[in-house]
Each structure stands twice: as structure tokens, then as C-alpha cells.
Write a protein that binds this ligand. Sequence first.
Ligand SMILES: [Zn+2]
Length: 249
Amino acid sequence: MTDLAVLAAGFGVIPLAAIILYTVTTRVLAYREAAWGFLAGVLGFLGVSHAMAVVLVNHSLLGDLVAATVLSFVGLAIGAGIAWLLLDGPFIQTEPNRILWAAVAFLALHSFGDGLVLGGDFTGAFLPTLRLDAVTVTTTIAHRFAEGCLVVVPAIWAAWRPRPAFAVLFASLASIPAAYAPGWIFASFGFSPIPRALSTFLAGMEATVGLMLLVRGFIPIAAADRGTRWPVWIAIGFIAVSLVHFFVE
Ligand SMILES: [Zn+2]
């Protein structure tokens, strides 16, 4: 399991590197259309396209149609509820902090999902067939780094200091326990639908948190200067993170 420990730690820790954006805060704030547009594309892919693809694929593979539907529905509904509470509920007062905390929730959910995928390769009788070459390592770093930026850019925008911003980035470490979850479940229950059910439920939550954060936070901020380039940046972010996913999950 040493390999899994190394990979899980890497997966969890890479997003923390996004804190480096604090060295270019004036640029992040000045290039609003590019920074928020690009990240809106990343968020659109990860939250809406990718997470929903996981829900749909698992839905068809879970076996029990009714259970799969209930599980997916409840995940989607809870995610929408969480996103609403963070973005428009009574708990967080200022607008930039609302977006930041919703982004932290998204990063935590997404990281947990990433960890489950990673750990799922290490269960069962099969040896993991993970390719560890320059391409997969580079694309994994790019993928996880971009996810860290989803939290750091809102933190810069909310005028958070680097230290607390670094602390909330720790949400990405959710991938570490998640990477071990499939192994624990396999050890306790043998082959079971639990990991797939868990991943369906979490991906449902991730999809609606991502959707609401996208339309309520990232797109309006990217478009707020009434520029014309933000839709292009959204497409660039979306396509870039799609390319990354052709090489790694
Ligand atoms: Zn990811």
C-alpha cells in the first residue's frame, strides 16, 4: 500500500501549491475576465460535466434502478441545499466570503471524489494498472493545481491573507482518507456496491454545488466588467481541463 500512500499524499498536497498565486495578487485582480473566466470553465467541466458524468455512469452500473435514482436525487438535492446555504443563506455575511466558502466546499467534495477514484484502483485482486509516466504526472499536477486555484482566486478576491487562505486550501486533503476508503470497505465487506454508491452520492452533491457556484459566483464575477473576452476564457478553461482528463482521471 506504500504506492497508494505516496499517490494519495501527492493528490492531497498538490492543490496547496496554488497558494503561489499570492505572489501575483495584483495580476489576479487586474485580469478579472481571464482569471475568473478560465476558472469558470474549469469549474463548469469539473462540477457540471465531470461530476454529472460520474452520476450517470454509476446510475447505470449500480444495478438497482430505484436505489440508484434515489441516491443520485438525494445527492443532487443536498448539494443544492448546501450551495444555497453558503451562497444565499444567513450564515455568511459578505459576498466574497460566500463565494470563497462555496469554493472550499466544492474543493472538499471534489477532492474526496478524486481520492475515491484513486483508491478504487487499489482494491480487489487486481494489481493497480496506474501508469506513472511524465504525461500522467504532469497532467495530474496541472489538474490538482487548477483545483487549488478555484479556492485561492476567491480568497485573493475576498482580501484574505495568505495564511488563512492556505488553511482553507487544506480541504483538498479530503482526497487522502478517500483514497483509503475503498480499501477499508473491501476489507470489511468484500466486493460491495458501497464505494460506487458513495461516489454516486458525493458526485451528485458536487454537481449541484459546482453548478450553483458557477452561475452564482464565477460567471457573474467574470462578466462583471462587461468585457467581451470572458466567454472565450471560459471555453479555454473548459477545453484545457478536458484535455487534462484525457490523460488522467
Ligand atoms: Zn480532480
